[in-house]
Design a protein around this ligand. Structure first.
Ligand code: TRP
Length: 329
C-alpha cells in the first residue's frame, strides 16, 4: 500500500513536470497498477445511504483521489439481498481490491466474512461491536474499522413523547435481519418501560412485510417509533401513508425519513457521516493500518421537523420543538 502511494506521488510529480510537454505522455505514466482499487458495497437503496456514498466520493475527490484518475471505484448495491452481498463481496476480494468500503451493517458483515486481509471501512454502522465487526472500538486490531452512527434513541423517544404526552403504549417496528436495529430497539424498550409506557413490537424480514407490520400497530398504540433501520427507511412511503390514514404520530431514526413522511427526529447529517468515512479511507490509502485506527463516532445531531406531515395527521408540533429545529419541512 505504502509503496503504491509513494509511487503515485512520484508519478504525480512526473505528470506535473511532463504536463507542459505532452499530456498523453504524462497520463501514460500512471499505469493501472498505480491506481487504487476501491470496492464500495451499499446494502440497499435509500436516500440516507445514497447521501453517505456521495459524502465518501466528494471527500476523496476534495483530497485528490478521483475515480477514473488515480482511484478506481467499483460501486455496487446489494438491493437488500444477502446473496447479492455475498457475490459482491467475493468479487471485491477476487479483484484484489486495495480497500473496501461497506455502507450499512449487513453490507459490512458480508464483506467481513469474505476477507480478513483487505482493509475494510464500515460507513455508518450503528454498533460495530454487536455487529461482530470489531471487539474493541478503541483498538480494532484487525482489518476492519469505521464510523459508528449510534442514534440518540432516548432523545428521539422524548421527541415522540412530546407529541403524545399521555401515551400509554408506543409501537416499534424493525427488520430482524438488521442487528443495527436490534440494538436501538432494545434501548427504546428499556427507556419506554422506565417511563411506565408499554412498547408494542412488530418485526419484518424484508420490505414486503412492512405494510402488514405497520398496519397491525395502527389503532393499538398512541405513537410509532421507527429506528435507523434500512428496510424501514426504504419503505417510508408505505409507512407514512399508513400513519396518515390512521392519524398515528411517528418519529423516525433518520432525518431523511422525516422529510419523506414522519413528524420529527433528532439525527445526524449522513452526507457528513460519509465524508468522515472518506477521511478514514484516505488514511488507509496513505498507509495507515485499520488495526490501529479507533472506530469513530458520528456526534452532531440536529432536530428535523416535518410540519406539513404533522398537519396531515392532525398533530400540533410544540413550539419549542419547531424553534429548536435545524430544518422544518
Ligand atoms: N446505521 C445503519 C446500519 O448500521 C445504516 C444507516 C445509516 C441507515 N443511515 C441510515 C439506515 C438511515 C436507515 C436510515 O445499517
Amino acid at each position: 500500500m505504502k509503496n503504491k502511494f509513494q509511487n503515485l506521488c512520484i508519478l504525480g510529480l512526473a505528470a506535473a513536470v511532463f504536463a507542459g510537454c505532452s499530456a498523453n505522455a504524462a497520463s501514460e505514466k500512471v499505469t493501472t497498477e498505480d491506481v487504487f482499487k476501491i470496492g464500495v458495497v451499499q446494502y440497499v437503496e435509500h436516500q440516507s445511504l445514497d447521501d453517505i456514498y456521495k459524502g465518501i466520493v466528494d471527500e476523496l475527490k476534495a483530497n485528490g483521489y478521483e475515480d477514473g484518475i488515480n482511484i478506481e471505484i467499483d460501486y455496487q448495491n446489494g438491493q437488500g439481498d444477502q446473496s447479492n452481498l455475498k457475490t459482491i463481496s467475493s468479487k471485491f476480494v477476487n479483484d484484489n481490491s486495495d480497500l473496501i468500503i461497506a455502507i450499512a451493517t449487513p453490507a459490512a458483515q458480508a464483506v467481513a466474512s469474505e476477507t480478513s486481509e483487505i482493509p475494510i471501512i464500515g460507513a455508518s454502522i450503528t454498533d460495530m461491536v454487536s455487529a461482530g465487526l470489531v471487539e474493541n472500538p478503541e483498538n480494532p486490531g484487525g482489518n476492519i474499522t469505521g464510523i459508528s452512527d449510534m442514534a440518540p434513541v432516548e432523545e428521539q423517544i422524548d421527541i415522540l413523547l412530546q407529541l403524545v404526552p399521555d401515551a400509554k403504549s408506543i409501537g416499534i417496528s424493525y427488520c430482524t435481519n438488521e442487528v443495527n436495529s436490534e440494538v436501538q430497539v432494545n434501548k427504546a424498550i428499556e427507556y419506554l418501560k422506565s417511563k411506565g409506557i408499554e412498547p408494542v413490537i412488530t418485526t419484518v424480514t424484508n420490505s414486503n412485510d412492512v405494510l402488514q407490520a405497520i398496519s397491525s400497530l395502527a389503532g393499538k398504540v398512541d405513537g410509532l417509533y421507527i429506528p435507523v433501520d434500512n428496510t424501514m427507511a426504504s419503505a417510508m412511503p408505505t409507512i407514512s401513508s399508513v400513519c396518515v390514514e390512521n392519524k398515528l404520530p411517528i418519529v423516525t431514526g433518520a432525518a431523511v425519513m422525516v422529510e419523506q413522511g414522519a413528524v420529527a427526529t433528532s439525527s445526524f447529517d449522513y452526507y457528513d457521516s460519509g465524508k468522515q468515512a472518506g477521511k478514514m479511507a484516505i488514511r488507509i490509502l496513505e498507509g495507515e493500518n485499520p488495526a490501529n485506527m479507533p472506530v469513530e463516532f458520528t456526534e452532531e445531531t440536529k432536530i428535523y421537523v416535518n410540519k406539513t406531515f404533522a398537519d396531515s395527521i392532525g398533530i400540533e408540533v410544540p413550539e419549542n420543538l419547531i424553534k429548536s429545529a435545524y430544518e422544518v419541512y
